[in-house]
Write a protein that binds this ligand. Structure first.
Ligand SMILES: Cc1ncc(C[n+]2csc(CCOP(=O)(O)OP(=O)(O)O)c2C)c(N)n1
Length: 300
């Protein structure tokens, strides 16, 4: 297992003092990218929260950073990767985009890059909402979560009514040679996945769970814990897919979902039967996965 503390001493690509929120797991995810891949890395960013961390004339990155429109970061990454290839240079081209960009607004560009098997590492930092614009629903918002556009009121007692897309699965089906999920609360697993991805030629995709303090309404000092508890409850299966073969990387303890739901203000409106619905869905999901029918499960 990689030693994250030792890596941090050697390879930090991010300086202290950024414009990210305190406890932001998306910026922590980028720190881990730097530790895993080192300085020969270019980051291509889609408009979102991370954009604020590199706004002219300020930047917290010791590595090149390209800001893009929310729709086309994957296409830019393809162009950058082709440019380095033409020059015979070995550089990690990392696309770092939010879940709104990845699952909806920029989905065509990501899907196209996977289909063409372009040589990039695409990381979706998944905070389950359009955070930068005030926390609207995305296709990655979990069922029943309250957001700005799924408010709780007389007409809606549930919050978001649609289930999440399974992005890692979709990307594998779109042609990704390597597709995985990860969590910033399990940094060694994420780092190992990045190091593995950097050695594979073609389109690599990682769906990274990154809790969001103002969107999820979690205490700052519980940001790391909430991510860990989501994985441990089974709500965020951690796996990788290569050549249609699926490996579950972290076997969840299946702790009760109610414990992690109550840490998040976005679920404050849930009653016992709604919590029970979520718990049953997670249990069923894992029964499907454990019976070898991974492709039939939905990823809660
Ligand atoms: C076509 C388009 N629509 C909307 C916007 C406004 N916008 C800028 S950032 C952002 C939120 C992006 O959400 P996400 O990709 O989930 O990243 P996060 O904000 O969570 O970091 C939006 C909607 C835009 N820049 N371009």
């Amino acid at each position: 297992m990689v030693n994250v503390k030792q890596l941090a001493k050697k390879k930090e690509l991010i300086t202290g003092g950024t414009f990210a929120c305190t406890g932001c797991q998306a910026i922590y995810g980028l720190r881990l990218v730097g530790m895993a891949l080192g300085k020969d890395t270019v980051i291509i960013n889609a408009a979102g929260c991370m954009t604020l961390t590199a706004t002219h004339p300020y930047t917290c990155y010791k590595t090149p950073w390209l800001f893009n429109a929310i729709e086309n970061a994957a296409s830019t990454a393809t162009g950058v990767a082709k440019g380095f290839e033409a020059q015979g240079k070995k550089v990690n081209v990392v696309c770092y985009a939010g879940d709104g960009s990845t699952s909806e607004i920029g989905f065509g560009a990501v899907s196209g890059a996977a289909y063409r098997n372009d040589n990039i590492i695409y990381i979706c930092y998944n905070n389950g909402n359009y955070a930068n614009t005030g926390h609207q629903v995305s296709a990655e918002t979990p069922e029943y979560a309250r957001t700005l556009t799924s408010p709780i009121g007389k007409k809606n007692k549930f919050g978001n009514l649609l289930p999440r897309k399974s992005l890692a699965k979709l990307m594998a089906q779109n042609g990704a040679v390597y597709s995985a999920t990860a969590s910033t609360s399990y940094p060694h697993d994420f780092i190992e996945k990045l190091q593995k991805a950097s050695k594979i030629k073609g389109f690599k995709f990682i769906d990274l769970l990154t809790p969001c303090e103002p969107g999820w309404l979690v205490k700052t000092n519980e940001m790391f814990k909430v991510g860990k508890m989501i994985v441990d409850s089974g709500m965020w299966p951690v796996y990788e897919i290569e050549n249609k073969k699926v490996t579950i990387n972290i076997k969840p303890a299946m702790t009760p979902v109610k414990d992690v739901l109550k840490m998040q203000g976005r679920y404050k409106h849930l009653n016992a039967s709604m919590i029970n619905y979520i718990q049953k869905k997670v249990k069923k999901e894992w029964e499907t996965i454990n019976s070898g029918k991974f492709w039939e499960s939905n990823d809660y």
